[in-house]
Design a protein around this ligand. Sequence first.
Ligand code: SAH
Length: 223
Amino acid sequence: MANGNIPDMRGVGMTSQRTRSRLVQRLRERGIDNELLLDVIASTPRHMFVDEALASRAYEDTALPIGFNQTISQPYIVARMTQVLLAEGPLEKVLEIGTGSGYQTAILSQLVTRVYTVERIQGLSERAQETLKLIGLRNIQFKHDDGNIGWSDRGPFDGIIVTASPRLIPQGLVDQLALGGRLIIPVGSSEAQLLTVVRMTSAGAETEVLEDVKFVPLLGGKA
Ligand code: SAH
């Protein structure tokens, strides 16, 4: 096996190192240039986060269904959000809202000290916990809850990533940013969303809009 810490290659051609390298090449072409991040994407077995029937498509740059009417995010989007999150250097505590398959969680957990991840659908949260344990990533805490309220007793956070889209930025999440911390969040209606960065400065929160994106909606309550 080419990359040390990953136990499961399943010997499937479509999940080979060459297939993963092709994905990394595509991410480079789209402007991802954080080498540490690209290394982590190359060595993380995305096929373990999707149904076995979809494993052969796991290294295509597309979102795929993960059940419960949800999707695993497109690798480019995971890479883009992570690159923006880490733009000013390494971070310690990061909060993720929308664990989903756990793939974004896995990427984050290899790049920051500790990840706190919240998912409103219990079945997804449990499956993600199993997958991440199997891969051997241990610096992650999980919560089954409505992520709109963040995770205040673990905050403040150096970074917050939201992988589902609200119409407006939840103020509770902004309030859980440490000074110098940043929130990456897709904001808008179900048709049109903008990837947005909120930075917490000594003068208050500063907002910057990056690009058009498409996410599933950030819903309320638990399921
Ligand atoms: N990062 C995940 C993305 C999954 S899609 C991955 O790559 O697999 C977004 C996820 O956000 C879904 O699992 C959905 O259930 C979850 N979600 C939606 N609203 C939420 C909320 N209010 N709190 C927590 N999770 C939420």
